[in-house]
Design a protein around this ligand. Structure first.
Ligand code: DC
Length: 221
């Protein structure tokens, strides 16, 4: 499929995936792809069309009209939907509240997985790809697969700090709700894939997690 060296980084929200994946890509001179941003960008485009995100048929019906563009520089990743830069909007409450039901729609997953494979195939050298189903579905042959986890309290505290929320309890409840939907969906649920190395980031610094993964890549390269 590709000559690029693929590092798959999967795990639940708040496990430190984004900072870790970007840090690893930066250290290795690899490209970086945030697949969660792609699901969020589709959600933004669906909401913009006034479509009810609970109506899977309606969401599936507009998928072929939605163009998602991802920039893969780990120091300045970009994301656009319908030609509009949505990097700020996709982190807002509205998109966050609606992304899980959109991400369960099989037509959405099929279109985005195909797009992700094209981006991986076009990457020269190497690429770090972060998501939920990278090691299991998008790039099952990736030579390095990481499954990043952290205690729920640590994940909620990080996510709350990221979005500037003071109410960690409601952030924890919203994470738990999304975890449940992400793990129980029929198509490509969040799972630790075969051959993945599990890293618990609860008591590690970002630099320690990045160094661990860089060492695994260097050993297998
Ligand atoms: O990582 P994130 O919070 O930005 O992901 C947003 C949502 O997209 C999350 O609810 C799970 C979903 N997602 C997915 O289903 N598959 C992926 N490869 C990445 C994200």
């Amino acid at each position: 499929m590709t000559n690029a060296f693929v590092v798959a980084v999967d795990g639940p929200s708040g496990s430190g995936k984004s900072s870790t994946a970007r840090g690893v890509a930066d250290r290795l001179g690899f490209a970086y792809l945030d697949t969660g941003a792609m699901y969020r960008a589709v959600t933004w485009a669906v909401l913009r069309r006034g479509i009810d995100t609970a109506d899977a048929g309606a969401v599936a019906g507009v998928m072929d009209q939605i163009e998602i563009t991802s920039g893969t520089d780990p120091l300045a990743p970009t994301i656009a939907a319908d030609g509009v830069d949505v990097s700020v909007e996709i982190r807002g409450d509205e998109v966050t509240a609606h992304v899980s039901p959109v991400a369960v729609v099989p037509e959405v997953r099929a279109a985005l997985v195909a797009r992700q494979r094209e981006i991986i195939a076009a990457a020269a050298g190497g690429i770090v790809v972060e998501g939920r189903d990278i090691g299991s579905t998008v790039a099952p042959d990736a030579p390095v697969k990481i499954y990043l986890v952290a205690d729920p309290e640590a994940r909620a505290a990080r996510r709350a700090a990221e979005v500037g929320a003071t109410d960690t309890a409601s952030t924890a409840a919203s994470l738990a709700r999304r975890d449940h939907i992400d793990s129980s969906r029929a198509t490509s649920p969040l799972v630790k894939s075969d051959g993945a190395v599990e890293i618990d980031s609860t008591y590690l610094t970002l630099e320690e997690v990045v160094a661990t993964i860089v060492a695994i890549v260097e050993e297998r390269r």
